[in-house]
Write a new protein. Sequence first.
Length: 440
Amino acid sequence: MYSARGCGPWRGQAVRGETTTLNGQPISGERAGTSGGRRGRRGTPGLLAPVVGVLLLLVTACGGNAAAGDADGKGGTGSAKPADTSASQAVVTIAPKDGADDVATSGALKVSAAKGKLSTVKVADPKGKAVEGKIAEDGLSWVPDRHLAAATKYTVHAVAKDDKGRQSAKDTSFTTLVPQNTFIGQYTPEDGSTVGVGMPVSIHFTRGITDPAAVEKAISVTAEPAVQIEPHWFGNDRLDFRPENYWAAGTKVTLRLDLDGVEGRPGVYGKQAKTVSFTIGRSQVSTVDASSHRMKVVRDGKQIKDIPISAGAPATTTYNGQMVISEKLKVTRMNGDTVGFGGEYDIKDVPHAMRLSTSGTFIHGNYWGASSIFGTTNTSHGCVGLRDVRGAWDSKTPAAWLFDNSLIGDVVIVKNSKDKVIQPDNGLNGWNMDWAEWIK
């Protein structure tokens, strides 16, 4: 049995006087219904009426005109505009060509559009890492923000739209060159270390750099809390970063080396992609006064120690200036031959030594000098000496105390020595360069 909802005849009753059709033939209400008093032969005419009634009911219940196309339901014979199925006129061009090998890591990747504008450009390496870039304001071109990695396969997907909004897409892939000659950056401080407030980020490259702008662009140094950090080149193989003033205690610093694929000099490419983080510890600055033969240690703005010292003798004075501890050695050998003093000394067990310069300036323990020289006389070959014992076994000596309470990156300032200010590239001592000169 059928069921229906809505108004209209039911149970085979057609409205008298109306005419309906079946298979194109008119059927009067009397003929179609059962009210005429004549039973249909073998029941056949009687079955037609419910079918017709249902058809009428469906048309009535839907309430629609078979030809209606008016979306507002007000009737009419409107028709939808046919869709534009013709092909997009936009043309996408990708360089290098699909399947290319030995592609340069800089300057080779370009995407452009003609007779349309780019809407999407996606470039990724095999791990899905995206290559960042921007579509030009006119929509006609795209280039990557940075260089590509060497020996890497990249996929490119680009879409452009013509003036009618029709889209055209192109997909390609290519592989960058495998460099024959490479370089890396040897950095300090170490990843995960805690250092003093004077510690710069210093990077020494294993090959001389002839395109410093490209290398510098591939390196970033950031801090939390944020502070302005600027780079400075010393020669063609060293790049240091520092803020204008010493770091604030507790600062988190991050170095990112994205050198893989950077052409640092013709035919020589970086092969390094690394992130290094370190923390600035408490603030400690020690000031040596060569004329008064004393050193005052200030931690977090408060003096915590006043230590008698012996600086460089009149013929071998100690550099003035701000110096940063770059190395700590509980016991080390010091030989005059290594720093231009010939055979004047060769001490095989100098205790509690902390390096202040590349050229050999240390602040260290001294067990061979009389106790009376500390605080009264300058006797060294340019180092700053503190009273100590042979073998570095006594933790209560001034030299041992300073060694145990110092971090790599702590600052040691020397003043009132009859010598010049140390050069900023002699050790990690860029603080001796004026900020205006540093950022120049």
